[in-house]
Design a protein around this ligand. Structure first.
Ligand code: PMP
Length: 364
């Protein structure tokens, strides 16, 4: 293998329900491990896919013309600003392929989405990791913009910032984040990853796609995997200035987004009712799960996303193992350096109750 590949930390996805049930001999399991939408997929998207089935023998539209038109309208940008991905994971990799190489650096925070270090190392570039906000801060474990800024040097080409952040759920004030992007030297692109933005209740986060004109070095990424409920179809996108989008599209594999995904995403964009319902369920669930966890003695930090990071006085790996035996799949985050934590996706009211009851039994 080329240098660096063996040192890559493999991405560890949530265990699929079928695998758990076979391994542990449990039934009626629930999965709150991958920040999927407990309401399922947007009904409009499902309906639209049915009409697409007759055309599966055709290649998809390689340039995603219709979806890009719809996204351009949604974000008030030109379609030439859009790069479609097989999930937003795909466009994060394109960014690394286009802007990084050995000798160059990407900057991100200590507790950030696992794909940022993977994409960086994949192309032989160096990760410069900024410490997170300290325990005495209300957004402890979240992004420290000053620390991120201090890591930026002459060889830095990318800074990755998720808002809200995974795995912490913390968020950054939009005005401060915009100032941060604007303050970066022109050779540095800031990737603002808005995978969870639809869930964010607070207007203070802002919508980074509205800063594109003022911030030529900004790339915003979005996904249909979370609030739109289309994780299995794999579709996401980047918004950037047309020059950057042109470069990203050069490395994009032909036909990277399949026809069902293109059609479903377009229909899901029209399904505001589904987004509103998803948000309402999530807001109620954040309160239910947050309060329940604190009653069990766990520590929580504020979350603007569809999951909660909870700290325990025991190892997260051991708690996770005990939960699996109860048929409950959550996400241990030891690979993020958060040994005593679990990241739990907000489910339906009954699912949240189930994980709380299981934890109560385990914690005694
Ligand atoms: N960004 C963040 C912050 C995420 O948490 C995720 C999914 N876990 C992604 C991007 C990638 O999602 P997808 O590839 O499904 O769009």
């Amino acid at each position: 293998a080329v240098p660096g590949v063996r040192e890559l930390m493999p991405y560890t996805p949530g265990k699929p329900i079928s695998e758990l049930e076979r391994e542990y001999g449990v039934t009626d399991s629930i999965k709150l491990a991958s920040n999927e939408n407990p309401l399922g997929a947007s009904p409009r998207a499902l309906e639209a896919i049915r009409g697409e089935l007759d055309d599966l023998w055709l290649y998809p539209d390689a340039n995603g013309f219709e979806l890009k038109q719809a996204l351009a309208r949604k974000h008030s940008v030109d379609p030439s600003c859009i790069t479609l991905g097989n999930g937003s994971n795909d466009v994060l990799v394109f960014l690394a392929q286009v802007f990084l190489q050995p000798g160059l650096e990407a900057v991100f925070s200590q507790y950030c989405f696992a794909v940022y270090p993977i994409a960086t190392q994949m192309v032989g570039a160096t990760a410069r990791v900024a410490p997170a906000l300290q325990a005495d801060h209300p957004m402890a474990l979240g992004h420290d913009l000053r620390a991120l800024y201090e890591r930026v040097g002459p060889d830095t080409r990318l800074v990755f910032v998720a808002n809200p952040n995974n795995p912490t759920g913390t968020w950054l004030d939009g005005a401060r984040l915009k100032d941060f992007v604007a303050s970066l030297p022109p050779h540095v692109i800031c990737v603002v990853d808005e995978a969870y933005t639809e869930y964010a209740e607070s207007d203070r986060l802002g919508d980074a796609s509205t800063w594109l004109e003022e911030c030529p070095n900004l790339v915003v990424t979005r996904t249909f995997s979370k609030a739109y409920g289309l994780a299995g179809l794999r579709v996401g996108y980047a918004l950037s200035n047309p020059g950057v989008a042109d470069l990203l599209n050069r490395v994009r594999p032909a036909f990277n987004v399949n026809s069902l995904a293109l059609t479903a995403a377009r229909a899901a964009l029209e399904d505001q009712d589904f987004i509103d319902r998803s948000r309402r369920l999530n807001s109620a669930g954040l309160i239910q799960l947050g309060e329940g966890l604190r009653e069990l003695g766990a520590t929580t930090i504020p979350s603007a996303a569809n999951f909660i990071l909870a700290g325990f006085e025991r190892s997260g790996a051991a708690l996770n193992e005990a939960l699996l035996r109860e048929g409950v799949i959550v996400r241990p985050v030891g690979n993020y350096g958060l040994d005593n934590y679990l990241r739990i996706t907000i489910g339906t009211e009954a699912q949240n109750q189930r994980v709380l009851a299981a934890l109560k039994r385990i914690l005694g």
